[in-house]
Each structure stands twice: as C-alpha cells, then as structure tokens.
Ligand binder design. Structure first.
Ligand SMILES: Nc1ncnc2c1ncn2[C@@H]1O[C@H](COP(=O)(O)OP(=O)(O)OP(=O)(O)O)[C@@H](O)[C@H]1O
Ligand SMILES: [Mg+2]
Length: 466
C-alpha cells in the first residue's frame, strides 16, 4: 500500500469528505483543507506530495494555490478538479507544477486513481526531471524552441508546466508556427522522454488507411491486410502520440479515438481482443478548433477531451522581436546541414524580414534561409540571396493591390473561399505547397478544394508542386 500523502482542497464539505474517503480507500494518507490559505498551512506542517484541489474557492483559489506550491522547493504534484469544458486558456501561465486535470464532479474514479498513481511515481522522479529541464532551458531557448519575446517566454512557461503531466494538449496555430516542435518539446520535458514520440499526420494518410495506421490491424482484417500491423498507439507505448492535423481526421475515426482516450483500451482492426495502452496524446491543428467543431469536422466531445490544455502558437508577425534570434539559430542549423559557413544576414535583409508579414511563419523563414545558405557564396546573406520577389507578399487589405481579392456583399462564403484560393495560387505561380501554407490549410485540403472546383482549375494548378 502506498503511504503517499494526499491533501484534498475543496470548499464544499460533502465533496471534500467524499473525495478524502475515496482516496484513503486506495491506501493513501489524506488530509483536507477548505481553501487555498488553509491548504498552504497544511502543506507547511504535513508535507504532502500530492494536492488535489478545486478551482473556485473563497479566499485563495486553486490556481493561486498551485502557483504558490510551484514556488516551493519540495516537489508537489497538483491535480486540479475543473468544471467540464474549462480549458487550458483559462489558466494563467506560470511556473506552476500542475500535474493533471480531472472533470468535476469526479465520477471517473479509475482515471483519478491512475492519475494519483502516476503522480506519486512522478514526485519520486521530479528531481531527475528538474535536471532535464535545466539542461533544455537557456536564455530565450527551450529545447529546440527559440524566442525571447514575452509571447514566447509565456509559452515556454506553459509548456514546462504542462509537460510533466499526462494531460492531453491541443496545440493550435497557423501553419509553420512550430506546433510540431512544441509537441516534441512537451515529450522531451516529460517523464516519457526515454519512450517513443510518434507523430502522425492525419492529413497525409488516405481515409481508408487511417484507422489501421492508428489502431493497427490483424492479418486478413480487410482485403490487402497481408500482415499484422502495429498501430501508432502501440508504437507509442509508454510515450507520446501526436495526432497532427486532427481536424482532417474522418469523423468516424474520431469516435473510435475518443473511446481509446476514455478507457485507454483499443482493438486492432479485425481483432476480438482489446489491448490496454499507456500513451499520452497530443493533438495539433491549424484550424480554429471551435470553428471546426461548428462545421462538423471535429467532434465536440473529442475536442473537449483533447483540449484539457490549449497551447496557441502566435503567427510570426506577432513576435517579430524573435526574428534575429530565429535567424541565428536557423542559419546555424542550415549551415551545418549543407556544410556551409554562413554566419549572419545583412542589415538590409534584417530590415526586409522585419517589415514582412510572414504568412508562412517560422517555416517560411526557415525555407528562405535554407535557400539563402545554398545560394550564398559568402558568410553573409544579402537580399540577392532571398527568393525572387521576397517581401512583396500580397497585402490583402489594399484595394489597389493587384493581389487583393475583391468581394461584394452577397458573395457566399464558399465563393469567397474559392476566389481566395485561386488568387493565392495565381500569386504563388501555382505553387500549391506555398499556397496552402499562405492559406493556412493543408495541402490535402487544397487538393480537395481544387477537385471540388473542377478539373480545369486542378489541371491549371498541377503544373508546379515545388
Ligand atoms: N520557436 C521556434 N524556434 C525554432 N524553430 C522553430 C520555431 N517555431 C518553428 N520552428 C521551425 O519552423 C518549422 C515549422 O515548424 P513546425 O513543423 O513545428 O510547424 P507547424 O506549426 O507544425 O506547421 P504545420 O501546421 O504546417 O504542420 C520547423 O522547421 C521548426 O523547426
Ligand atoms: Mg505540423
């Protein structure tokens, strides 16, 4: 039996005693407090390693309590009980040791029990994790992520806070803003670090194969299933699975996924047996999730399940202060990759970068620099090394701009979308990859749209694909 000490903080008496009895029955030693102030006093005297706290309480709420506990030198895992639908955005970023979230009223006892078990394991390991965290953290850097701006620093704190837990995280933001990199960093900063990180891009897999890709299949499960196949969930056992472009996952598959997330059990296609999996699930999308839900592309219940925590990546134009640092780090990476010694960009290039709107975000910067490093014959990147026409991106607000799309009142949303897509293709000389990037949609979505608009447009655009 575990002798771990758990402090339960809850202002509602029945709820408080109920939780305490339940948790005691699992072999933990428990104490209770009715608000944050009392909790802090108990923590001082009784030294619990886990605190389960309600959010809304008089005097001091759960968030402030978590923040205060995060400042303590002893490791304390904080588990927050939240009302359904409260998402990570509601939580203030800070270096606080929130371990996980569970819905209120607590009815999923199995989940609470497994959260507690994992938390007690983590508390033992936290010294080790702190060492990893320090190693990955430097001024303006978190693992592979670069950025000293206030926005990025806040994100880094949020990432550090959520990483050690098993909570699902929904990473949102436009294309090229670093969503996948964030997912990798969360994995690296978690106790799952020695286990696999498995990213799967839902947009890149044909609908007919996606379920077998995710859940695996048995030999003979369907025509063409010649061998047994291990799905991504099983490949990620003990580690982290990133479901990238979750908005592109067929709705039927989303329902199956939800079941796995709920009971941590899955069934390979064509199998009668269920397999238990221990996988932390992260998801990413470049859509606005609420809009995807409204359009019926993303299941509401799945959205809530994944969005326990939300990390939103800002577009590069909103944190241009980071451009010089990003340039430095990307130049170093590209120089190493291509065996060059390109050390810096000229003042003129930096100015151009500063005035540019970066529709393709950090990826666009990375691509521009990669090209520059390849064509550059000196140590400094000059404007002539940038892609032709760089910095003259369409300013869609200007009426005189030849690249502007003019829409009259009465234009349908569908028509507006069509015009914008075709105009963007025109502006990128039919480079679909780049157009998709600028439009903030996946290449697959772009292809589908073009198919919808008819073969004429699709053919016209099929000329160049990078
Ligand atoms: N903060 C950052 N620091 C350093 N590199 C970054 C940062 N953000 C993004 N990058 C780089 O930009 C590129 C794009 O990042 P990433 O693939 O994570 O974007 P994404 O948001 O997943 O895009 P998409 O939605 O198109 O899949 C990567 O090469 C990544 O290394
Ligand atoms: Mg991505």
């Amino acid at each position: 039996m575990s002798q771990e000490k758990v402090l339960i903080v809850e202002d509602e008496e029945n709820e408080r005693t109920g939780l305490a009895e339940l948790i005691s029955s699992w072999g933990y030693r428990t104490e209770t407090a009715c608000d944050g102030i009392e909790a802090l006093e108990k923590v001082e005297q009784w030294l619990p390693s886990i605190v389960v706290t309600d959010l809304k309480m008089p005097r001091m709420d759960g968030m402030e309590l978590a923040e205060r506990l995060g400042e303590k030198s002893q490791p304390i895992a904080v588990i927050i009980v939240t009302a359904q639908g409260t998402t990570g955005t509601a939580f203030r970023a800070g270096r606080i040791g929130v371990y996980d979230f569970i819905n209120k009223p607590v009815t999923d006892f199995d989940r609470l029990q497994s959260i507690l078990q994992n938390a007690s394991r983590l508390v033992g390991k936290s010294v080790e994790l702190e060492v990893t965290r320090r190693a990955l953290r430097d001024k303006g850097v978190l693992g592979p992520l670069v950025g000293s701006s206030k926005k990025m620093q806040e994100l880094f704190r949020l990432i550090e806070m959520v990483a050690p837990s098993t909570a699902s995280v929904l990473i949102t933001g436009a294309s090229g803003t670093g969503k996948e990199l964030v997912a990798r960093t969360i994995h690296e900063l978690s106790p799952r670090r020695p286990k696999p990180f498995v990213p799967i891009n839902c947009a890149a897999i044909p609908e007919t194969l996606i379920e077998s890709e995710i859940f695996g299949h048995e030999k003979g499960a369907f025509t063409g299933a010649l061998e047994r196949r291990t799905g991504c969930f099983e490949l990620a056992e003990g580690g982290t699975l990133l479901l990238d472009e979750i908005g592109e996952m067929p709705v039927g598959t989303q329902a199956k996924l939800l079941r796995v997330l709920e009971d941590r059990k899955l069934r390979r296609l064509g199998s009668k047996m269920e397999t238990t999996v221990d996988v932390r699930v992260l998801a990413a999308t470049n859509k606005v999730p609420e809009e995807a839900v409204a359009r019926g592309e993303l299941r509401n219940d799945l959205y809530y399940r994944l969005n326990v925590f939300n990390i939103h990546m800002p577009p590069l134009r909103e944190h241009k202060e980071d451009v010089p640092e990003l340039v430095q780090s990307l130049l170093a990476e590209m120089s190493a990759k291509h065996g060059r010694k390109v050390a810096a960009v000229s003042e003129a290039v930096l100015n151009l970068f500063h005035n540019y709107s970066w529709p393709g975000n950090v990826r666009e910067l990375r691509n521009a620099l990669e090209r520059a490093v390849i064509v550059c014959d000196s140590a400094i990147v000059e404007t002539k090394h940038l892609p032709p026409g760089f910095g003259q991106a369409p300013v869609r607000t200007s009426a005189e701009d030849p690249d502007a799309v003019r829409l009259g009142v009465g234009t349908t949303v569908g028509e507006a979308e069509r015009l914008l897509i075709l105009k963007t293709l025109e502006a990128t000389s039919n480079n679909k990859t780049r157009a998709a990037e600028m439009l903030g949609i996946s290449l697959k979505t772009l292809h589908n749209k073009l198919k919808e608009y008819g073969s004429a447009a699709a053919e016209a655009a099929s000329g160049k694909e990078e």
